[in-house]
Design a binder for this molecule. Structure first.
Ligand SMILES: [Zn+2]
Length: 504
């Protein structure tokens, strides 16, 4: 037992609660977590030299999508190389449970590229699968509204019957009992976009009973941003809900950049009424999601599996290309960048803008989606750099990558945020003269408190031995769209439960 003790000496301890770093030592054990902070200690365990750098609680990625990728790439290199030891997964309404006859096939198609058998049913059996796989990262999953709704009623049903809604509430209750920290929604995706306010309020009431959190990818982050925020808080009021997190908070599209003040005022009002509002943000001005979200009309109400099936017919392909040409101006295609696809048409084109890839981007999009609707992802520019700085300056904003756990050599093309978010977030705060203690709090103490993770997030006795040692002068992301898997600089080690899982 005693040989599992580790003593980190010669470090600056950053507690994670916002207080200033102080010189000292930390004593941990895998079994008992953090034993003592301060020192100097006389102990016979393993000694690690902190090299005069900052020793902090492991970072928590407040918004990730590693639900399945962590099983495919258990080294979780993209996360642990950033100092991330815990990820909140199950975001934007998409989670790995519950799985039933209604949604299993769909999720198997969505995650096909990972080659992971989806052989669990509920939150406990999913967690057991993660545990057995021995993932380097601790994945804590929200219950996803789209997955939950599809488990009960599939992907096409718009209006739920009362028994279906009751069944959703029952399944949510079970997931929360099993340790899921809350419910996420993605109200612009199918089938979440069909949900009535009543449906969301009923689910929120279940959250209220558990003192759990509601996180939301708003129905609109651009034109309808203020309405979507207002609706979120009005639903929370009706349900008596006290914890709301706005996912990847942004003002999308230059025409909406002026809406930040209005959005912050709505948040201030909700906070004044006692709702604890928090936000997460990736420190980039390009977003990434399925390319199929740009489809017009009835195509927008179909899931990716249905879209691919329908595009089997040449008539449908011609019709969709014509609709896209009508809907989108020529310069629009300069703002869309292909990130990943399994479609043959996109081979060699990843990382490039659609306007560079084809003379006729509308037809090109149709070809990509016909080949691989679920796996074709694109990055969309249109976020304001100034608003990004203002959002990151909010003391209730935490880093959330919106990215997946990946191996270094997995060859899955992705957004640079998957490998760079937390170091880039901290770098930018430090450059704006935010204190190191406060910058670190945003990446550990704040998310731990927000998601009710009382066993981590602070360097305090009894907390998990999840640690990161980093050099604040060196800390910097290096990933970009041409080399998204490039690891960050300045992380000296990452420890999860007393075990070193990353060293450069
Ligand atoms: Zn999202």
């Amino acid at each position: 037992m005693s040989c599992s003790r580790i003593r980190v000496r010669n470090a600056w301890l950053v507690c994670g609660d916002g207080s200033a770093p102080r010189r000292g030592e930390l004593l941990v054990s895998a079994e008992e977590g953090i034993l003592a902070a301060g020192g100097p200690f006389i102990d016979g365990g393993e000694v690690i030299d902190g090299r005069g750098c900052l020793l902090a609680p492991g970072f928590i990625d407040a918004h990730g999508h590693s639900d399945i990728s962590a099983l495919a790439f258990p080294d979780c290199f993209s996360k642990v190389s950033q100092g991330v030891t815990t990820e909140i997964a199950g975001n934007c309404g998409l989670a790995a449970f519950p799985l039933t006859g209604e949604n299993r096939e769909h999720l198997e198609a969505l995650y096909a590229e990972y080659g992971v058998p989806l052989d669990w049913n509920d939150c406990p059996s999913y967690r057991e699968t993660l545990r057995k796989r021995g993932c380097a990262l601790d994945v804590i999953a929200l219950c996803g509204h789209n997955t939950l709704r599809a488990a009960v009623a599939g992907y096409e049903k718009e209006v739920l019957s009362p028994p279906e809604l009751e069944e959703m509430k029952r399944l949510l209750d079970l997931a929360l009992d099993a340790g899921s920290p809350g419910l996420s929604t993605g109200l612009l995706y199918v089938p979440g976009k069909f949900a009535s306010e009543e449906e969301i309020v009923e689910l929120m009431k279940v959250l209220t009973r558990h003192d759990a959190i509601y996180t939301t990818h708003l129905a609109s982050e651009g034109t309808g941003l203020l309405e979507a925020l207002d609706r979120t808080f009005s639903m929370a009021r009706r349900a008596g809900l006290k914890k709301v997190q706005i996912s990847h908070f942004k003002t999308a599209g230059p025409a909406n950049w002026g809406k930040l003040d209005g959005a912050l005022e709505l948040i201030r009002q909700a906070a004044a009424e006692g709702i604890r509002v928090t936000v997460d943000r990736y420190p980039y001005t390009e977003s990434m999601t399925q390319l199929s979200v740009i489809l017009p009309g009835k195509w927008g109400d179909m899931d990716d599996v249905a879209i691919m099936k329908k595009l089997g017919s040449s008539e449908a392909r011609i019709g969709l290309a014509a609709a896209l040409r009508q809907e989108r101006s020529a310069d629009y295609w300069e703002t869309v960048r292909l990130v990943s696809t399994g479609a043959a048409a996109g081979r060699g084109g990843r990382g490039k803008r659609l306007s560079e890839l084809s003379e006729d981007p509308a037809s090109f999009v149709v070809e990509l989606l016909a080949g691989d609707a679920a796996g074709t992802c694109a990055a969309f520019s249109g976020m304001s750099p100034g608003n990004l700085d203002r959002i990151m300056a909010l003391d209730f904003c935490m880093p959330g990558s919106d990215g997946n756990a990946l191996s270094r050599d997995c060859r899955v093309k992705t957004h640079p945020r998957a490998f760079g978010t937390v170091p880039r977030f901290l770098r930018r705060l430090l450059e704006k003269n935010v204190s190191p203690g406060e910058a670190v709090r945003r990446a550990c103490g704040l998310p731990a408190e927000t998601f009710g993770l009382a066993d981590r997030g602070l360097l305090a006795p009894g907390r998990r031995a999840d640690l990161v040692l980093f050099d604040p002068d060196e800390l910097e992301d290096t990933a970009d769209f041409s080399f998204p898997e490039s690891p960050a600089r300045g992380i000296l080690f990452t420890m999860v439960s007393g075990k070193i899982v990353y060293r450069p």
